[in-house]
Design a protein around this ligand. Structure first.
Ligand SMILES: [Zn+2]
Length: 255
């Protein structure tokens, strides 16, 4: 029963955080971050009842209450995704309370970077810096809470992840002079390398590349994008890192 209540609570916490993040990111495109919450289309000020995560979107049928113009489905989808991420983290990840708290902050930043790169084609340095600090804290906590491994051996294993991720990204960045992947992608490799053990860092890298190919190759052949279009590789990397982390934590006993 307490598990059900905690899962319910975490879903809504995640959805609330998702609502905040999606508002911040999508508003930054329209340069309208200042002032209270308002409709993107008619600028009408929104009441609290318009801002309930998931429910407001569903009840209003994805339309603004005042001008009846459709609201981007990204808001509702992102809230549901974040809610599920929080609830599933609590239900399935073998983490202590404090590890879970730090992980949820890490997951929120990764999702924020996913959305920011997808919509704005940029990876803010400050977010990557905070993410790097949080990932380091998480790894140290894992070392403290792990009975089998000493903190230092955990750290060494994670430092090995730096080689495939930042090493490869740095090389590609330098060789292509930042045309194929941006400097932000190289930097994002750092917190991900700290978070994941080296095998899983390679898994994340491969998964991100496969996802990027699946989504962008059809667009390229359909001539919807040109060869010099900037691909939001950071978005794919963030999603791949989240997925790899879940698989690493769930199946770590099998390897
Ligand atoms: Zn409106």
């Amino acid at each position: 029963m307490t598990d059900a209540i905690a899962t319910f609570f975490l879903f809504w916490l995640g959805a609330g955080v998702g609502s905040f993040v999606s508002l911040k990111v999508l508003r930054s495109i329209n340069q309208s971050t200042k002032g209270g919450s308002h409709c993107d289309k008619c600028r009408h000020k929104l009441a609290w009842s318009d801002l309930v995560p998931v429910l407001s979107y569903v009840v209003l049928g994805g339309k603004c209450r005042y001008c009846r113009q459709s609201i981007s489905p990204t808001y509702g989808l992102f809230e549901i995704l974040m809610g599920c991420l929080f609830a599933l983290s609590y239900l399935y990840l073998p983490l202590s309370f404090i590890e879970l708290a730090v992980w949820l902050a890490v997951a929120t930043l990764l999702m924020s970077l996913f959305l920011t790169d997808l919509y704005c084609r940029k990876l803010p340095f400050i977010q990557i810096l905070i993410l790097t600090i949080l990932c380091s804290i998480f790894v140290v906590l894992t070392g403290v809470f792990s009975e089998q491994k000493m903190c230092t051996s955990v750290m060494i294993e994670h430092i090995f992840s730096l080689i495939p991720l930042t090493g490869l990204f740095g090389t590609v960045f330098l060789l292509t002079r930042g045309r194929l992947i941006g400097g932000g992608d190289v930097l994002l490799g750092l917190p991900i390398a700290i978070l994941l053990e080296w095998r899983w860092a390679i898994v994340a890298l491969l998964l991100a590349s496969v996802l990027a190919l699946i989504f962008y190759l059809p667009l390229f052949f359909a001539k919807k994008i040109k060869s010099n279009t900037k691909i939001p590789f950071g978005s794919f990397l963030a999603i791949a890192a989240l997925t790899s982390f879940f698989v690493m934590k769930l199946f770590v006993d099998f390897f």
